[in-house]
Ligand binder design. Structure first.
Ligand code: NAD
Length: 334
């Protein structure tokens, strides 16, 4: 099979490429390097440093592919209310460019990486795929809009598709010098520099974290599994639902670091309880969580240790700076 992966220099895209290559498939990919690291790209990938919004280039490089995984996105939920143009351009425009190119080339199946941000605030947790999505920020709205575009165009032109909803993935290769996202990696990077973690609000926001290998194993099956065609499907565990404070404490324990978090104002639109049910994935794909949170965090720490802790890079401009903008970004506190 010939598989195309957008965002292949990113965290998820590069691991997905590894699992397809390991099974002898051909992998073509692109990335504009706004978010990933060039050295994440596995050596055997046919790599193109292109932006997904370069539509003509996407038509050219997806030619002959059986499946497209669209992983590229500016995956910045909190930042999306302060840099909405940047974030939505790399979600909605990039998605429609990829969908159109895939259809033009007769690609059999399109797997879209959405996000749990599509659910927004719901009355109950865990979030199930049948809930009416209520995204709270441009990131979630962009993901949901892209899903609607995919559903529409795939329906009209007869392309198979799957909407994968991963959530809070952790693991090696994740960007850890980015002040705008990836809470676990940010905390580990800070503590490895002997610095205290910074927590928005009281730290009682609750999340589930999934380890990358658990995710890619299941994501890979979405390329061919008949039962998931046209489905929205949550990918990731629904146990070990922890607060952000507990997350900091666990990382501190693993590092033998005396954690005394610095608390700053909550970020606007941050959802308090966010957790996705894995029932559908268990039913259709025999999903099973294999890596416990503590072990996943240990792997994150080991990766940052090997690459070396790094100062944070404020590489994305804030489009809106006002009294709601977190001081962590305005005053570069990380
Ligand atoms: N990591 C998570 O916890 C998580 C959770 C839910 C959903 N997702 C989704 O999974 C996908 C992958 O996330 P990730 O964690 O690997 O993020 P990532 O930032 O590591 O990878 C995304 C890659 O896309 C690239 N990219 C962004 N805009 C692009 C564009 N216009 N053209 C070409 N390349 C572009 C970036 O440079 C980056 O390398 C994203 O769609 C994200 O929204 C991730």
């Amino acid at each position: 099979m010939k598989v195309f992966i957008s965002g292949v220099a990113g965290f998820l895209g590069s691991h997905l490429a590894d699992v397809f290559l390991a099974d002898g498939h051909e992998v073509v990919g692109c990335d504009n390097l706004v978010g990933g690291y060039l050295d994440n790209v596995p050596a055997d990938v046919e790599f193109h440093q292109y932006d997904c919004t370069y539509h003509n280039s996407m038509v050219k490089i997806t030619r002959g592919c059986d499946v497209v995984y669209h992983c590229a996105a500016s995956a910045y939920e909190g930042l999306s209310v302060f840099s909405p143009f940047f974030v939505t351009k790399n979600i909605v425009q990039a998605s429609v460019s990829m969908i159109s190119a895939a259809i033009a080339n007769g690609v059999r199946r399109f797997v879209f990486c959405s996000s749990m941000a599509r659910y927004g605030t719901q009355d109950t947790v865990p979030f199930t795929e049948d809930m009416i999505p209520r995204p709270q920020d441009p990131y979630g709205i962009g993901k949901l809009s892209s899903e609607a575009l995919l559903e529409n165009l795939a329906g009209v032109h007869g392309m198979e598709y799957v909407i994968a909803v991963p959530h809070n993935i952790i693991g090696p290769r994740q960007k850890y010098d980015d002040p705008y996202r990836n809470v676990a990696s940010i905390m580990a990077n800070l503590m490895l520099q002997g610095r205290q973690p910074i927590i928005y609000g009281d730290g009682n926001q609750k999340r589930c974290f999934s380890f990358i290998q658990d995710d890619v194993k299941i994501l890979k099956r979405l390329a061919t599994e008949p039962a998931v065609n046209g489905e929205v499907i949550n990918i990731g565990p629904d146990d070990e639902f922890v607060t952000i404070r507990e997350l900091a404490e666990t990382i501190g324990e693993l590092l033998d670091f005396d954690v005394r978090p610095v608390y700053v104002r909550s970020r606007p639109q941050e959802v308090l309880l966010a957790n996705c049910s894995a029932d559908k994935a268990r039913r259709l794909l025999n999903y099973e969580t294999q890596v416990k949170l503590r072990d996943g965090l240990a792997a994150v720490i080991e990766h940052i240790r090997q690459r070396g802790p790094r100062p944070f890079k404020y590489h994305i401009d804030l489009e809106i700076i006002n009294d709601k903008t977190p001081e962590t970004w305005k005053d570069k506190l990380f």
